[in-house]
Design a protein around this ligand. Structure first.
Ligand code: PDD
Length: 284
């Protein structure tokens, strides 16, 4: 089955799908996006994703290109046309096409693109053995709560992790506190088994996976607190893990080459991963 993309009102063969060179997403990164997991042919946690998309648009004063009801139809159609049972759906909205000028154009219409791809299965070795992270200074802007397509610091951070033989880079603010990974939220488990993740302030993206895992933690009755934690605290944590739509929940077993806890995925991390996978399955 050949891939199909939705581009500004049309379903096109993926290889011919293109936007205009004066699209403001291309020139200014003036746009927002969502990445939604497709499980059993259906979008997982669609409502929180669409709610976050609506919020990102409003924060940047980009008009919604269509109602959320219409967008749900496009999302389903892209999934259907691509025969995607399990995969990833990408939704991007830019401010539109206009002659290059930094200020908002008077007439541009927002441009919506929806694509999907078969999920690269999370590497089973990463699930079994956990992953390494490095820490890097957080050089991003002050509105990381907006899911903007302006991802250059994230790109540079992930590349640095890759070159260091690590899986992810945890970004660190000026106070020495971890904000989040380049495309994941960051978590630790303290020696008294309290799960800690940074509060959803403007220094992080409030992950949909983060919210689902917090719900699970509440439901299962684990102790947790939303607060910032330092690199030193993370390194001496009992367990650590990361979350995202693409990766689900993965154990972090080393930080800057120092083992976290036993250096193996911890029991609470494993339990939460199982609960999250059950949540994904049961949503179908
Ligand atoms: N990234 N933090 C950042 C900076 C992210 O880019 C992401 C997601 C997350 C986790 O959010 P969620 O649980 O809603 O996926 C946290 C997506 C997957 C990406 O850019 O590919």
């Amino acid at each position: 089955m050949s891939r199909v993309a939705y581009v500004d009102g049309q379903y096109l063969p993926h290889r011919w799908a293109a936007v205009h060179i004066e699209d403001r997403g291309y020139q200014f990164a003036d746009g927002v996006y969502e990445v939604i997991a497709v499980v059993g042919g259906r979008p997982l946690d669609e409502e929180p994703h669409l709610a976050r998309l609506t919020r990102s648009l409003a924060e940047l004063r980009i008009a919604a290109p269509m109602s959320n009801a219409a967008l749900r139809v496009v999302i389903r159609e892209v999934i259907r046309r691509n025969g995607a049972r399990d995969g990833i759906l990408y939704v991007q909205i830019t401010r539109g096409v206009a002659a290059r000028d930094h200020a908002f154009p008077a007439t541009a219409r927002p441009v919506l693109v929806v694509t999907s791809r078969r999920k690269r299965p999370v590497d089973p070795r990463a699930v079994d053995a956990g992953v390494a992270v490095i820490t890097i200074p957080d050089i991003r802007w002050q509105r990381c709560d907006i899911k903007s397509v302006a991802l250059l610091p994230n790109v540079l951070g992930k590349q640095r992790a890759k070159e260091d033989g690590a899986f992810e880079a945890w970004q660190v603010d000026r106070e020495g506190k971890v904000t989040e990974g380049t495309s994941t939220n960051a978590w630790i488990v303290t020696s008294d088994s309290t799960v800690v993740t940074r509060q959803a302030d403007s220094a992080i993206l409030n992950g949909v996976t983060r919210l689902a895992v917090l719900d699970i933690i509440r439901r299962e009755g684990y102790s947790f607190v939303e607060r910032a934690f330092s690199v030193a605290e993370a390194k001496s944590a009992r367990e650590a893990f990361l979350t995202s739509t693409v990766l689900d929940l993965l154990a972090v077993v080393s930080i800057d080459r120092a083992a976290v806890g036993s250096g193996q995925p911890g029991p609470l991390t494993r339990k939460l991963r199982q609960c999250y996978l059950a949540h994904a399955e049961s949503a179908q």
